[in-house]
Design a binder for this molecule. Structure first.
Ligand code: ATP
Length: 506
């Protein structure tokens, strides 16, 4: 099964095994809004706990914060979101479908590159070296076309020129994926913030926004945190919370949602030192994804062609999703833009006195911003596998398995009596009672043990502990490891430390 075939299967698997449901499904759902079921919420929580620990517990100079979703509306004027948090929107007049103009061009580029990759593969199979294949006209032409489109896209995005955007879509002869026609409207800007109202007051000032990012809650609390925690620059503030964006096109399951969660850390540094901190965080964040079992070949950095109005350097950590390379996390060097703007709009000084250099300054900021839901999707797509597995009768069958890293799997261990009789169920229950003080443990006695193994595989449980007649006579149990399906006998007394040792290193 290749990476792209996995996607549809992951989506239906998520529903069947209680990971993710469309929101309000009995009312036909709400586009790009999802609910997490019992397995999904635990997976999500394990990932956010791992992030929280990797930030606030591991680093003495990073502290946590939980700011409100609703904030004074001037925050969003100061941050630039009211004026500039826009996406370019275009409609196809025949299909009446709406698209993000930049995504249409990016998809066009991706298709060209895919075509080049396929041609290259064919040529290599026919005996060409990779260097020779890359020089062949049928490969070179697509790559050059893609590169030219990428340069023009960066130009129109940087210039914010919507007429030039339309010309680009016309010149590239991009057609609507639904209707197949080029009958496009003009490109126009669309603000992504959701508006709401405060109390019963009807005047203009009562308009509020649901926050489109968690970062601003950290900026407006910069001095509160610094003073109350006696932090010295460089220091960081970490936050996990909901953010809302009225995305133009919401596709690809939980990749692009209208309500989602972010895990952000703003690192306040002395001006002039930002590039060294930026380099550090770029590497550190990649290390974190690798430490949770995402393979290096499915992760890459992608530096931004267009820098946001506040940034002096920015890169994305991309994962190879079933629909291509896409951003999971952004690392941005945000200069002093946000704090300076909040100083200007609030009239409150945002400076810090540095006891080391004896100067006062507005700190620069390096931000790491990762989507929790995209991290969940990355782990689901990476974990999903279907493979031949032996049956008890000596044959084989296809098993579906989620190969989660043990530190993030929703259930860590399942305790299964081989059969319910002869005191095995009682022995298994007492082991489960003991284990659940330390791990997420599940007890299951229904159906044949083979079926129970399959159920746990499908939920991604890394270990199954089976209680059989030997347990009753010599106090040992079988521990079955999910991926290798290897079984080992372990004494009940040593079981807890045996299982605990399997999740160390994260
Ligand atoms: P994209 O280009 O995909 O729209 P972005 O560059 O706007 O993303 P940022 O503003 O840098 O994203 O947000 C930081 C992180 O928040 C992203 O890396 C992503 O993981 C997550 N994120 C952003 N928008 C969404 C969304 N609509 N649904 C789920 N996660 C999101």
């Amino acid at each position: 099964m290749n990476y792209s075939e996995v996607f549809g299967k992951v989506v239906s698997h998520c529903k069947e095994y209680g990971f993710i449901f469309p929101s309000g499904e009995i009312y036909d759902g709400l586009s790009a809004v999802y609910d997490y079921g019992p397995a999904g919420v635990q997976l999500k929580r394990n990932l956010s706990d791992a992030w929280w620990k990797a930030m606030t517990q591991k680093f003495d100079n990073i502290v946590g914060l939980d700011a409100a979703i609703l904030m004074p509306p001037t925050v969003w004027k100061a941050s630039g979101h009211v004026d500039a948090f826009n996406d370019p929107l275009i409609d196809n007049k025949d299909s009446k479908k709406r698209y993000r103009a930049d995504v249409l061009v990016e998809d066009y580029i991706e298709k060209l590159l895919e075509k080049a990759r396929k041609e290259e593969e064919k040529l290599i199979k026919k005996g060409k070296t990779p260097e020779e294949a890359a020089r062949m006209p049928q490969v070179k032409k697509s790559v050059e076309k893609a590169e030219a489109a990428r340069i023009r896209l960066a130009e129109v995005v940087n210039a914010g020129d919507m007429h030039a955007f339309k010309r680009l879509i016309d010149d590239l002869e991009i057609v609507c994926p639904e209707s197949g026609t080029r009958n496009w409207t003009d490109v126009r800007q669309f603000n992504l913030m959701f508006k709401t109202r405060l109390g019963a007051v009807a005047d203009e000032g009562a308009d509020l926004y649901l926050r489109p990012e968690t970062a601003q809650g950290i900026f407006v609390n910069f001095l509160n945190v610094q003073k109350s925690s006696r932090m010295k620059v460089p220091f960081g503030v970490a936050q996990i919370g909901k953010a809302f964006r009225n995305e133009i096109v919401a596709r690809q399951f939980i990749f692009r949602m209208r309500e989602f969660e972010q895990m952000e850390m703003q690192y306040f540094v002395r001006p002039g030192t930002q590039s060294e901190h930026y380099r550090f965080w770029k590497e550190e964040r990649m290390r974190w994804h690798l430490s949770l079992g995402i393979p290096a070949e499915r992760l890459r950095y992608k530096d931004h062609d267009k820098l946001a109005h506040y940034a002096d350097a920015a890169t994305d950590i991309e994962f190879y999703y079933p629909f291509g390379w896409k951003e999971t996390e952004g690392i941005h060097s945000r200069t002093d833009y946000d704090l300076r703007r909040h100083q200007e709009f609030s009239g409150k000084k945002q400076t810090y006195f540095d006891p080391e250099t004896q100067e006062s300054y507005i700190p620069y900021v390096v931000e790491t911003s990762v989507g929790l839901d995209r991290t969940v999707l990355m782990h689901l797509c990476n974990a999903y596998a279907e493979e031949e597995a032996p049956t008890a009768e000596g044959g084989t069958e296809v098993r579906t398995v989620l190969r989660f890293h043990p530190a993030v799997a929703p259930t860590y261990v399942a305790v299964l009596p081989l059969v319910k009789k002869d005191g095995m169920a009682e022995a298994a229950k007492s082991i489960h009672e003991r284990l659940k003080n330390r791990f997420f443990s599940a007890y299951d006695e229904k159906d044949a043990v083979g079926r129970r193994y399959r159920r746990q595989d499908a939920k991604g449980t890394p270990f199954c502990v089976t209680i059989d007649t030997e347990t009753l006579s010599d106090g040992t149990v079988t521990v079955r490891e999910r991926d290798s399906m290897a079984q080992e006998r372990v004494s009940t007394d040593a079981l807890e430390s045996y299982l605990a040792a399997k999740s160390t290193g994260v």
